[in-house]
Design a protein around this ligand. Structure first.
Ligand code: NDP
Ligand code: 2IT
Length: 449
């Protein structure tokens, strides 16, 4: 990775020393510090109050045992995490991820990113992330329920409407939030709706929360395209993943006139040149919890499944990485650029490697970093909290308009901040700097805490 400014390098060295082996966390911190060079020059007050040093250390990290009994009567054991990173702007807020790859370094990188993302939304939410190395694949509803109940039996004492408000992420959707909320309610004897977001519509959830991350990513990319006098109309689009974010990104891109020709899961990708049949993807991935390979089987000769290869080999105008971190490398970026890709919007968190981002920047590709482009999910979570606090519920149309307005504002703030700090068109710099300044100013105001 390129060298940092001297003061920032010292902070980074401390992060490396205090968090050995947590490479995803190191990567996320490095990217932000790299953007902050013009900020520390202009604002020495942040260094004086050790704001950046404090930002890189979570306020609290909770790691706990999660024992549960599987359908065969065997005792299983997982590890649970909640990293409460920063609460200067509001209660800790961020998703829970259930995936076998989860360890402290992944939760910490996600929690760190969440601070800046939540700040960018302009809403009163701090940053956090949690999860477990539990693998929901192949587990029955009963097993998932017992796992969630065991996890919440420990987690409940650390969260709350005014303390920390978890939501979903990879492997955690409406089903899991339901089991978690049920157990929280039972443990506390309180119907505290605002303690979790992503709830079902009949028990305190918000319209559009399910769709929000993917819709928001499409809205953000649409705003970027507008700056070049373009739109999704007539464009071919490739989306990685076929989970919550991917599905609703595809839905909105289709509504905006784009043709999504490929999507994927961890087994490979499908190409459907006439355009992905989204109802079929929803049926396979959300109703049956199946594999994307089944899509090609169901479509007969119309679609092809390519096993074990990257979806980035499919030529497209716009790429929306929406699966997981570091899924789009420099080689993939080179291939995309060579094939004519002109815009990239990160639906996932940190899906593009630093070398990959450099390839896009050097080629003049419009590039929207996850902490800006996928902020619609957490922003709509904050709208869910607003509705819970006022015991109200809003219509789909009203909520979607709020989301669209929030995404436009985030886009404009990133673009203006990039201009102001001498990096026009660089949404990575714009997002990191704009996200940082709002949190840093709150931290200064709150004193040394
Ligand atoms: P889901 O669990 O709904 O879907 C995840 C998708 O990504 C699946 O298609 C999955 O394939 C694929 N995937 C996951 N891990 C890997 C891996 N290690 N290698 C290859 N493919 C993988 O998760 P979401 O859609 O909610 O999350 C996707 C991304 O979006 C994540 O980076 C998440 O942090 C981010 N995000 C999510 C938000 C939300 O509101 N849900 C908000 C903002 C960001 P398979 O089924 O084969 O595992
Ligand atoms: O990465 C993310 O922003 C999320 N998984 C959503 C967090 C939230 O609290 O809605």
């Amino acid at each position: 990775m390129p060298g940092l400014d001297e003061k920032l390098q010292l902070i980074y060295d401390t992060v490396l020393r205090r968090n050995p082996g947590e490479k995803e966390f190191h990567q996320a911190v490095h990217e932000v510090l790299d953007s902050l060079r013009p900020v520390v020059t202009k604002h020495p007050e942040y260094a004086d109050a050790a704001v950046i040093t404090r930002l890189c250390e979570p306020e609290r990290q909770i790691i706990f045992r999660v024992p549960w009994v599987d359908d065969a009567g065997q005792v299983q054991m997982n590890r649970g995490f909640r990293v409460q990173f920063n609460s200067a702007l509001g209660p800790f807020k961020g998703g829970m991820r259930f995936h076998p790859s989860v360890y402290l370094g992944i939760i910490k990188f996600l929690g760190f990113e969440q601070i800046f993302k939540n700040s960018l939304t302009g809403m009163p939410i701090g940053g956090a992330k949690g999860g477990s190395d539990f693998d929901p694949k192949g587990r029955s509803d009963g097993e998932v329920m017992r796992f969630c109940q065991s996890l919440m039996t420990e987690l409940y004492r650390n969260i709350g409407e005014y303390t920390d408000v978890p939501a979903g992420d990879i492997g955690v959707g409406g089903r899991e939030i339901g089991y978690l909320f049920g157990q929280y309610k039972r443990m506390t004897n309180r119907y505290e709706s605002g303690v979790l977001t992503g709830k079902g519509l009949t028990w305190g959830g918000s319209q559009v929360r399910r769709e929000a991350t993917g819709y928001g990513t499409a809205f953000f990319v649409n705003e970027m395209l507008k700056t070049r006098g373009e739109s999704f109309d007539g464009k071919t689009v490739v989306v990685s993943g076929s989970g919550n974010v991917a599905i609703y990104a595809i839905e909105k891109v289709q509504e905006l006139g784009g043709t999504v020709i490929a999507c994927s899961d961890s087994g490979g990708y499908v190409v459907d040149e006439k355009g992905i049949d989204l109802d079929l993807v929803k049926e396979i991935k959300t109703e049956r919890r199946g594999r994307i390979s089944e899509y090609a089987e169901a479509r007969g000769g119309a679609a092809e499944f390519i096993s074990g290869r990257t979806v980035w080999e499919v030529a497209c105008d716009v790429a929306l990485p929406s699966a997981t971190q570091n899924e789009l490398t420099a080689d993939d970026a080179v291939m995309l650029v060579k094939n004519g890709c002109r815009a990239v919007g990160e639906g996932a968190n940190m899906p593009t490697t630093p070398d990959g981002i450099k390839v896009f920047n050097d080629a003049g590709v419009l590039f929207a970093p996850g902490k800006a482009a996928n902020a619609g999910g957490v922003a709509t979570s904050a709208l869910e909290m607003q509705q819970n606090a006022s015991r109200d519920s809003w219509s789909f149309e009203y909520t979607e308009n709020r989301l669209a307005e929030i995404m436009r504002n985030i886009h404009d703030r990133c673009a203006e901040t990039a201009d102001e700090y001498g990096a026009p068109g660089n949404y990575v710099a714009g997002a990191n700097i704009a996200g940082f300044i709002r949190v840093a100013d709150a931290m200064l105001a709150l004193g040394v805490v």
